[in-house]
Design a protein around this ligand. Structure first.
Ligand code: URA
Length: 228
């Protein structure tokens, strides 16, 4: 065990890192209220306040709402899609359209209630016509996803679809090659699987079987991360 002074120095370094991160997001003042100091819930609320009215990239021009994310701040599992679609843009919540309903059933098929997990996207505003997010948009939104990861500190991450998996893992490998195994995402195990919208467009048994394998793998990693 290190000396108390070492622990204190480590804590101050961590605090300094966090303050630099908030500064990079444009946060100018920190009301040190009970809410702010209340752990991950307060941290997430702070991030969501920082993104309000965001004009950091061109997606702000066509969006109705910013779809920040949903789920408990203490979630052990975080699911990351690519960007809000039409219904998400309307409701301000991720994965609430047809693809979202399928996602809920996929999670339930392995006994994971949707309200237990945190769900978000690489970009928080709807790309026009549901096109893929562009590099400048991903970069502009990056600090918010990083902040969500740093605040929630999930034990497992699931990347939904080619785009999210390739962006998070910084690779060009197709989802067919990435899925079916556990990747290292920093210190977090990451499991890529098909995007539920892809499964809706390709309803045959072939992809459904592979997606089911991925869900079982996700369940195993989730149990492992929780010490089960
Ligand atoms: N597709 C995504 O990638 N994210 C959503 O929130 C909805 C559909």
């Amino acid at each position: 065990m290190g000396a108390p002074a070492d622990h204190l120095a480590e804590a101050f370094h961590g605090l300094a890192d966090h303050l630099r991160f908030l500064q990079a997001l444009g946060v100018k003042e920190l009301p040190l209220s009970r809410e702010y100091l209340a752990g991950p819930g307060g941290g997430l609320r702070r991030l969501e306040q920082a993104i309000e009215g965001c004009t950091r990239c061109k997606l702000c021009r066509g969006r109705r709402t910013i779809v920040f994310g949903s789920g408990p701040a203490e979630a052990g599992l975080m699911l990351i899609g690519e960007g809000p679609g039409e219904e998400e843009d309307r409701q301000g919540k991720p994965f609430v359209g047809r693809a979202g309903q399928l996602l809920t059933r996929m999670l339930e098929s392995v006994g994971i209630p949707r309200d237990e997990v945190y769900i978000t996207n690489i970009v928080k505003c709807r790309p026009p016509g549901n096109r893929n997010p562009e590099p400048d948009e991903i970069a502009a939104c990056g600090p918010f996803l990083d902040g969500q990861l740093a605040t929630i500190r999930p034990g497992v991450v699931c990347a939904l679809g080619t785009f999210a998996a390739q962006t998070l893992l910084r690779t060009r490998e197709p989802i067919g090659k990435l899925r079916g195994r556990v990747h290292a995402f920093g210190a977090i195990p990451l499991i890529p699987t098909f995007h539920p919208a892809f499964l809706l467009r390709n309803p045959g048994p072939q992809y459904r079987r592979l997606a089911w394998e991925d869900m079982k793998l996700l369940r195993r990693e989730y149990d492992r991360a929780r010490g089960g």
